[in-house]
Every structure is written in C-alpha cells, then in structure tokens.
Design a binder for this molecule. Sequence first.
Ligand code: GLU
Length: 464
Amino acid sequence: MSKLRVRFAPSPTGYLHIGGARTALFNYLLARKEEGTFILRIEDTDVARSTQESTDAILQAMEWLGLTSDERPYYQSERFDLYRAKVDQLLAEGKAYRCYCTPEELDAKRKTAMAEGGKPKYDGTCRNRQDQPQGVPFVVRFRSPQEGETSFADRIKGPITFSNEELDDLIIQRSDGTPTYNFVVVVDDAEMGLTHVVRGDDHINNTPRQILLYQALGYPVPEFAHVPMILGADKSRLSKRHGATSVMAYKDMGYLPEAMVNYLVRLGWSHGDEEIFSMDDLVEKFSLENVGKSAGVFNPEKLLWLNAHYIKTGDPARLAGLLEPFLAADGIDPRGGPDLQAVVKTLRERSRTMLEMAQGAAFYFQKDFAYDEQAAAKFLTEDKRPVLETVIRHLEKSSDWNEEGIGQAFKAVMEETGLKLGKFGPSIRVALAGGTASPGIYEVAVVLGREETLRRLQRALEML
Ligand code: GLU
C-alpha cells in the first residue's frame, strides 16, 4: 500500500475556526501515527473572497497548535495552468462541454422545473451542441453520467451511495475562465498523491461528484472520511453565539495550545473514558475508527477545565514566558520585580487562563497598588496596629527568608499576641497583595522578598 498522505485544505476567507482546526488536527495525527505526510493547501481560487490576511491568520494558528506541515504550503492560485490543462483534457475527450446558456435562461429553466415539481437541475440544453459560437461567454460543464450509482465506503460514516440521476452537469470552469472548487480539489488531491481525504461532513454531497471527476480524469480515487460537524450547546451549528469560534481568540484569552489540541480532539474522537492527552499520546492512540458518527457539542466549560489542568501542570519557565505579553497588556513590566517563575509557581494552581494569571500576578509588580476598598475598610483598621507592628518586628529578625522561616515568625507573633492567624492573616494579605484573594501569605512574602514585604507592611501601617 502506498504511504499515507493527507491534507488540510482551508479556504482563506477568514480566521481558522474551531471546526477547521479539528479537521487539521485529525489529518495531522493520522499522518504522524501512520508515519505518512501531512500537507497544507490554501484553497484561494476564489480571488474575490481570499485574502493574504486570512492565509497568514491560518498559518499562525496552525503554528500555534503545533500542526506543522511536512512540505511547504501549496497555493491553488499558483496552479491555474494545471487546472486549465485538465479542463481542456476533459473537453478534448468529450467528457466536458461548453455551455452557452445565459444566467437568465438558467433561471427560467429552474423556475419551470420547480413549478412542474421537478428538481432544479440543468436540463442539458448544451450537452450535445455541435457549434461553437464565437465571442459568446460560456461555462464548461462536466458530462455527468445520467444513470447508475456512485458509492464510497466512508471511513467514518460507513457505505454511502448516491444515484447519478441526482447529480447535475457540474460547472467546472466559470465564464471568467476560473475553475470551480469541486474540480480543482480533485485535480489537486490526485496530483498531490493524497491517499485519504479527511474533512468536514458538509462536503459529503460533493464527494460523489468528485469521485466521478476522478474517474473521468483517470485518477485513482482516495479514501474518504467525513468528520461530523460541531454544534453549540443548543444543538444548532456552532457559531459566534456559542462563544469565540476563532482558535486564535482563545490564545488571546490565555488558553494554552495543548489545552486547545486536547479539547479539539475530544470533539468527535474518544479513547475509552480518558480525557487528558498530550500530543505524543494522541499520535500513539489516534485512529479514524474511534471518531464518532454523531456531531460533537462545543463545551467552553470543558475547554476551560482542560486549560486549568495544563496551567497547573505546566513548566514554570514556559508559563513565565507566556505570561509576559499578558502582563505587558496590563502595562506591567516584570523586570525589577520578583522572579517571574517564582510568581508563576504561586499562581499555577489558581489560574484557569493566562489572563487570570496576569490579573492575579499584577500585585507582585505594582508597588503602590490601590487597596481593594472593602478589604481595606474591613482589615486595615486601627486596632490592627499592634499586631502589624509585631509581625514586622518578627519578620525583621527572622533568619531564614523561606516559607518555613516566615512560618516560624508568624508562630512567634501568635504566641506573643495570643491571636490566631485567622484574626490577623487577612490584614497581612491585604497589606501585601491589596485584596483578599491571593496565594498564601507565606508564599507571597517569600516571592516578594524581605525588603519589599516589610515595605508593604509599613505602607499599610501608615494608612491605618
Ligand atoms: N476548502 C474547503 C473548505 O474550506 C475544503 C475542501 C476539502 O476539504 O475538500 O471547506
């Protein structure tokens, strides 16, 4: 058997959305698993709707997800000569014909057919036309067989059969000379030696037409696998109403690519009741056999849960690097402040996104932060002066500036004042972090360092 070759073939008419990314991921995993080849083909024949911006956005999103293609990206816009030659081949062999029917005529035919209860299908007026009027615009139509059936064994959906009678004489070249999607996709999938076509099931109706084109062009027919679509929680087709649908919007919201990959793969594929998969696990475990037949339902809560998991278990050095742009967006420059990796370690367990982590990290770097008003009114009150002073005194002389040493100092404060930590801990927290939500106060003190911790306690004293 020839080596597996698969592709992802986006049309660059917008950003990479969740559904497209999942299709790309399935193809990528299949290629890695089977030691085959994964290629990226930009389907930019629709010049009016395709933009370089969209192409760039798709390439960036693929890179972010780690879905690298094994060959340089292909662009259909660079292949018009090939498509033209293939149209000419079909014309020469009588497998396609020029159709001179005007849009108005076609419209009228369609209306008549529908009024008579028939299907709005091209009636074949130009099928057997012998003349070639000069200077009259024409499209090229594929001479589709009128009888028989076209079948294929879909790797996900099972056997599918269409009656050829239902298929129109497809336009393969428009009157402006540009080829159409169904035609170029076949030429490319064949010329690029693709063995499997894995794509969204919105293309299922195109498949029999494409199979007939493969046959007419003398190409071997690849295997097909149509992936069920993705729905929103209300079971309607996934759209912006259900949350962001752009993959990169999730990057901007502080999601990690491994969480997105893990989430995407589970939208339609399963492996027992496992939920957590690294890319390496997936390469080992992925198979088309375990892709479900029914639609996946988009669940932002689960994506958030996975993201929290990957942050919790993430490498602090890497997370620190990812955190920086989020801090910068809040106007925070971490240089000159506490060690960023140490900061990350205190926040990993409590941040579901990098955005949340940046919000949680801000106090470390803002020397003159404003206290949360309610927290200050409740916990930074005059009666706390003696205990705050005692804390300062013990921290000043604490020999080890680590959690244990700081814990010892607090123990000494409790012994001396007879107060439980619950009585003054919240005041220390507000003094150090500005509010009532923060990592543990010992951890925070360690990360801030002795000097900055004492400075913050003094500052709080001054505002009592
Ligand atoms: N360019 C097509 C699309 O974005 C995909 C074509 C295919 O996978 O066959 O829907």
